[in-house]
Ligand binder design. Structure first.
Ligand code: FCB
Length: 453
């Protein structure tokens, strides 16, 4: 059991769990939903581990009452989920789908009835296919499409939802989806990547502005993936290589939002973004978010490499370094969380940070109906401690969300890596709360009851 130091209880600290529409909902064509790029991508042979897809996933579309009652039973006060754009606007723009909005109405209303605060992410990677056919993130028109979508959703939910996030991890969906081609929509190359990055950065700020205009009491954030990046040696070439990777992984999307422009000095290849800039864009990239969501899972150790175009750097894999890893192959290194928080705070003086995702995939085994996932418990415990240590030292951290509630569809890795606090049997859809779920529930209860004293 985690113990907290005296005096560190913050009654406003937000403890939560995070999920995403595509990874959990299933029902990809039910009740008028349009297809998304992920529906299409994961049904293409050879794209996903063992050709898995999320056509059914956790069947959250039907089973959300059960999942919410688990959240309630665990006493977790905050639930982050995303809206599937193509469920509410099947063609991406144009006629809304009443049944899609109804689903999120039921979800939001059930959260509120159970005293669970809903946190909406507007975009967690599932672009409507209809918009992809028109160029998707590579087409600047996405600013208008995204505006239409955000206006619809915010107007619809503003009477009941205060907590909003615009994008989930733009670095991952542009990098994996438009440069490497390993995520939907499977596009590759610098041209696709640079246009997708610029348009996503514009939408990130524009989304913030729209929410603020339509909903003055909203608490508005957006989320960034981040990793502690360290050079493999003190050699100048490795140090510079690590700086380039840091620019790409940790600075690219936050700096323009903060009014600093793109980190081109640190990573010259980003100069290509300038081709997509139009007059006035520098201003439009900025938005004063109420909070910044950080999602940190691991660290990267980097050395110089002449053979990697643009970045001239390569990571030394955790396997080579013989350090402990999760099922994702990511190093388990809790100090990364501490350093990310202190570095981001020091660098940018952010007014409020929330860890909007953190968690780990480990192999679970069900024995006599129980899952004793000590490794996940240790991972969460050490990372939460790292967060609270940073908070004690003055980082304005005001929340922590575990990724994730239930085991679910982990993108290109399919159902292989399990991140949930709750196990799912994907044949029967039976849920079992893991030991880590119970542990997290106890930790949250302990913290909340102390902070009320
Ligand atoms: C993040 C994603 C989330 C989940 C975790 C493991 O990059 O935002 O959907 O896949 O990683």
């Amino acid at each position: 059991m985690t113990e907290f130091s005296a005096g560190e209880y913050d009654p406003d600290f937000k403890w939560g769990v995070s999920t995403a529409a595509y990874q959990t909902e299933g029902s990809i064509q039910e009740d008028g939903k349009g297809l998304s790029i992920w529906d299409e991508f994961s049904n293409r042979p050879g794209k996903i581990y063992n050709n898995h897809n999320a056509n059914q996933a956790c069947d959250f579309y039907h089973r959300y009452p059960e999942d919410l009652s688990i959240i309630q039973q665990l006493g977790i006060p905050n639930f982050r989920f995303s809206i599937a754009w193509s469920r509410v606007l099947p063609q991406g723009v144009g006629a809304p789908n009443r049944a899609g909005l109804d689903f999120y109405d039921r979800l939001v209303d059930s959260c509120l009835e159970q005293n669970i605060e809903p946190w909406i992410t507007l975009y967690h990677w599932d672009l409507p296919v209809a918009l992809h056919r028109r160029g998707g993130w590579t087409n600047r028109d996405i600013l208008n499409w995204f505006t239409e979508y955000v206006e619809l959703v915010v107007n619809h939910f503003k009477d009941r939802v205060t907590q909003w996030m615009v994008l989930n991890e733009p670095m991952v969906f542009t990098g994996a989806g438009y440069f490497l081609g390993i995520h939907a929509p499977g596009k590759r190359g610098m041209k696709n990547f640079s246009s997708a990055v610029h348009h996503a950065t514009l939408c990130q700020a524009e989304g913030g502005r729209i929410i603020r205009d339509l909903h003055s009491s909203a608490h508005i954030g957006t989320t960034f993936s981040c990793s502690l990046v360290e050079p493999a040696s003190a050699n100048e070439r490795d140090v510079r290589a690590a700086q380039r990777v840091d620019a790409l992984l940790n600075r690219l999307f936050i700096e323009p939002a903060l009014g600093r422009g793109y980190p081109i000095n640190q990573l010259p290849a980003l100069a290509r973004l300038e081709k997509h800039m139009r007059p006035g864009d520098e201003q439009r990239l900025k938005f004063d978010f109420d909070f910044i969501g950080l999602q940190c899972y691991t660290r990267e150790v980097i050395r110089y490499s002449w053979s990697m175009p643009y970045i001239f750097a390569r990571q030394i894999s955790p396997q080579k370094r013989a350090v402990p890893t999760t099922l994702m192959g990511w190093e388990v290194y809790a100090d990364s969380m501490y350093h990310i928080l202190t570095n981001f705070y020091r660098r940018y003086r952010l007014k409020k940070i929330i860890i909007t995702e953190n968690g780990a995939a480990f192999a679970d085994s069900v024995k006599e109906g129980k899952i004793d996932d000590y490794e996940r418990e240790r991972y969460l415990s050490s990372h939460i401690h790292a967060c609270l240590r940073a908070k004690r030292e003055g980082v304005p951290l005001s929340g922590y969300f575990v990724w994730t509630l239930t085991d679910n569809f982990e993108w290109a890795e399919g159902y292989r890596p399990t991140f949930g606090l709750v196990h799912v049997n994907f044949q029967t859809q039976e849920r079992i709360i893991k030991r880590s779920g119970q542990w997290y529930a106890n930790l949250v209860q302990q913290y909340l009851s102390q902070s009320q004293k």
